[in-house]
Design a protein around this ligand. Structure first.
Ligand SMILES: Nc1nc2c(ncn2[C@@H]2O[C@H](COP(=O)(O)OP(=O)(O)OP(=O)(O)O)[C@@H](O)[C@H]2O)c(=O)[nH]1
Ligand SMILES: [Mg+2]
Ligand SMILES: [Zn+2]
Length: 288
């Protein structure tokens, strides 16, 4: 019996790298089905020659893509084509934080920005930079490449971001051997277009990167409404000074988060997105 990590799942067959670095193709024990255990890419497991015999506890867990034990999500947002979206960025940040995964924000296609556009974007991104690593990247100028290399070292990374944002292009620049397909025809932005069905961890700077089309599931409605405010790290320094314990920062008087927004200490769009998400979650909960 050896310990190992699942790096790939195709057609019910799992590829595991065991503690000696040996690759094995294995199947889960039949009994797992009755125990409601479904091994995922990223899982630490015990294996014998043919089977996964045990799945160890996960540190985190995503369902779409189905992957476990991720250290870090690279949230890829293009500056242009498609246009930068703060709503989408905040949504990704919330989903990633809810899953207890660290986030790195990468702004791609920066070569398509005018100097003025870039200054405008930089002004807003400065609010994020206090809480997340923010990297500016371009496949044309290679700006940001070294920073991405050093931040992804020795970690299990997953890329995410809307279709066309430049995820595959970025990975190809960082590791030309990958030769991932780019610019796949995409009519519908977001979901439904990604064709790949396999999730795979690819060796990447002494660590791993998940070759996924990004999170197809951008649903936030399963997040606890009372937890949502804790997923905005920029609110936390002010939240502890709100008049009411457990202030939702929406309608309570003497709310220090709202004050900080008014004073320009919290980015206004962050707060607006928080209120939108709060309402989105509330409106899907059954009322009694
Ligand atoms: N000018 C410019 N174009 C880029 C850059 N990065 C990507 N692109 C272009 O943007 C298009 C989409 O890039 P992809 O890498 O396929 O995007 P993706 O995020 O992998 O998209 P999906 O696989 O559909 O999720 C391609 O035509 C790329 O050539 C960049 O830094 N600058
Ligand atoms: Mg792609
Ligand atoms: Zn408050």
């Amino acid at each position: 019996m050896k310990k190992g990590q699942i790096i790939k799942l195709t057609g019910g067959l799992y590829t595991v790298i065991d503690e000696d670095g040996v690759k094995k193709q294995v199947k889960p024990l039949g009994i797992f089905r009755y125990q409601d255990i479904k091994p995922k890419v990223g899982d630490w497991v015990a294996v014998d020659d043919h089977s996964i015999t045990q799945v160890f506890a996960r540190k985190n867990d995503l369902s779409r893509p189905a992957i476990a034990n991720i250290d870090q999500a690279l949230i890829i947002q293009s500056a242009k084509e498609p246009d930068f979206s703060f709503g989408l960025l905040d949504r990704f940040l919330v989903i990633v934080a809810d899953a207890n995964i660290d986030a790195v924000i990468i702004v791609t296609k920066i070569d398509l920005c005018s100097v003025q556009d870039r200054q405008e974007l930089a002004k807003n991104m400065a609010f994020y930079e206090e809480f997340y690593p923010v990297i500016w990247f371009s496949t044309k100028t290679y700006e940001g490449q070294e920073k991405i290399e050093s931040l992804t070292q020795s970690k299990i990374n997953v890329v995410t971001g809307q279709t066309g944002a430049g995820k595959s292009s970025l990975l190809n620049v960082l590791n030309p051997k990958l030769q991932l397909a780019t610019n796949q025809i995409s009519k519908a932005l977001g979901r439904g277009k990604h064709t790949t069905r396999t999730v795979e961890l690819i060796p990447f700077f002494h660590g791993w990167i998940a070759d996924t089309p990004g999170f197809s599931q951008l649903d936030i409605t399963n997040i606890e409404q009372s937890r949502l405010r804790d997923l905005f790290p920029d609110f936390l320094p002010y939240a502890s000074h709100c008049r009411f314990n457990g202030c939702s920062h929406i309608h309570e008087p003497e709310c220090q988060v709202r004050n900080a927004v008014d004073e320009g200490k919290i980015l206004k769009s962050r707060y607006e997105n928080y209120v939108n998400f709060h309402e989105e979650i509330r409106s899907t909960k059954p009322r009694y």
